[in-house]
Design a protein around this ligand. Structure first.
Ligand SMILES: NC(=O)c1ccc[n+]([C@@H]2O[C@H](COP(=O)([O-])OP(=O)(O)OC[C@H]3O[C@@H](n4cnc5c(N)ncnc54)[C@H](O)[C@@H]3O)[C@@H](O)[C@H]2O)c1
Length: 383
């Protein structure tokens, strides 16, 4: 049988997210990286090493013939406008999470995708990770009965890592709720597998020198009776790796003595110094391959007939049959799994789980959490 021609993809924005993604594209024979768009002169130097054209502006992609789609890894405030422009140019779009700064922008993106008959996918997000996908399959096979609770705890140094100013501003898609809560909501929805009916949240902004939402506690009710919590503390204190046998978000073992951990005690930096530090960190912030499974904090699922949690190599399922450890393959990184779904979607060969609509629902719940924290009340979601 003749092989499909590789899908031509361009990457827009060559920062931390893109630099983590590009090795997966280059290693995947179903895709061909054909161009990069990056306006920053210093960052362009690194992008040129890829051996593909590097453009200053998105509009220059019009010169690439037969482009199938783009991966938007630009700062969140640019997502809506760039995604709509790409869809209108006839390209499929993979956009980073959070898909937009607010629900109105997200709706416009989903509408553009429908009107232009091009696919909009949101990712990478952590429900793409192999352990979360395997948990979902175990639940669907009924091996732990009906899901009653899913709880996720993440404790990181997110607040003190080098940032652009907009990354700290909730109105521009910043702060831990929109940036990291988006991952937690994505995982909780994948595992509870039902529409969210109510959201109650409390947010914390506790360091006046770093004005941002740095921690949250979110409680979700699902239509099928399940309940879930997303707990996040990004203030660089205790790490949730202390609860995951020291395995990190990207599947590396990082004991406390070797962790690169940002704390409140750093010397203040100007915006330029901070941007330069962010660009330097992007070079190796997210490794392409890892010996262990990715752990976005600690995720525990409780069902009517059993429970599931992660282990460094996979999952531990506890039910009437006892405790069973399941080893999961580690040859595919989370980014490889995004590309697998993207290929199925772009070639119209498989289901499209992480669609614009799925990402929009994640954003709607994050926005409801912001509203709940502001009003001190539970927010009801119309489904
Ligand atoms: N899924 C994940 O695990 C993950 C990890 C990190 C970041 N992200 C997301 O990826 C997005 C980018 O975050 P980042 O940390 O990589 O940011 P970044 O600042 O490191 O990278 C963004 C890049 O886009 C470039 N850029 C700016 N304006 C542009 C334009 N008009 N056209 C093209 N490029 C432009 C910047 O110069 C920069 O190099 C955000 O939405 C963030 O939430 C996701």
């Amino acid at each position: 049988m003749a092989r499909d021609k590789p899908l031509q993809i361009a990457v827009v924005g060559f920062g931390a997210a893109a630099q983590a993604f590009i090795p997966a594209i280059q290693a995947n024979s179903s895709f061909e990286l054909v161009a990069v768009v990056e306006p920053h002169p210093e960052v362009q130097k690194a992008a040129r090493l890829l051996g593909v054209p590097v453009f200053h502006e998105l509009s220059e992609l019009q010169t690439v013939s037969e482009l199938d789609g783009v991966y938007l890894a630009t700062p969140t405030p640019l997502h809506a406008q760039q995604a709509i422009a790409c869809l209108e140019s006839g390209w499929h779009v993979l956009v980073e999470k959070p898909m937009a700064c607010n629900v109105a922008e997200g709706i416009a993106m989903v509408q553009a995708s429908r009107q232009c008959h091009r696919h909009l996918t949101v990712g990478h997000s952590h429900s793409f990770d192999a352990p979360i996908q395997a948990m979902k399959q175990i639940i669907e096979r009924g091996e732990i009965g009906t899901v009653s609770m899913v709880n996720n705890w993440c404790f990181t140094d997110w607040v003190y890592r080098p940032r652009r100013p907009e990354e700290l501003d909730s109105k521009l898609g910043g702060g831990v709720l929109l940036r990291q809560g988006a991952h937690q909501i994505d995982v909780l929805r994948a595992l509870c597998h039902s529409p969210v009916t109510t959201v109650k949240a409390k947010l914390f902004n506790t360091d006046p020198k770093r004005n941002t939402v740095g921690a949250h506690a979110i409680y979700l009710d699902f239509e099928n009776g399940a309940a879930a919590t997303a707990i996040y503390n990004g203030y660089g204190g205790m790490s949730s790796m202390d609860f995951t046998q020291h395995v990190s978000e990207w599947g590396y073992r990082q004991t406390a003595d070797v962790r690169k951990w940002y704390t409140a005690n750093q010397a203040p930096q100007s915006a330029e110094q901070e941007l330069a530090a962010k660009q330097k960190r992007a070079l190796d912030a997210i490794p392409a391959e890892a010996p262990y499974q990715p752990h976005f904090g600690l995720t525990v699922v409780n069902g009517s007939q059993g429970d599931i949690r992660q282990t460094p190599h996979g999952l531990m399922v506890c039910n009437a049959s006892g405790q069973t450890e399941i080893h999961l393959p580690s040859h595919q990184s989370p980014r490889d799994l995004v590309l697998a779904e993207l290929e199925q979607t772009w070639r119209a060969k498989g289901s499209h789980w992480h669609s614009g609509q799925w990402g929009l629902e994640n954003l709607r719940i994050c926005q409801a959490a912001l509203e709940s924290a502001e009003s001190g009340r539970e927010v009801l979601l119309a489904n």
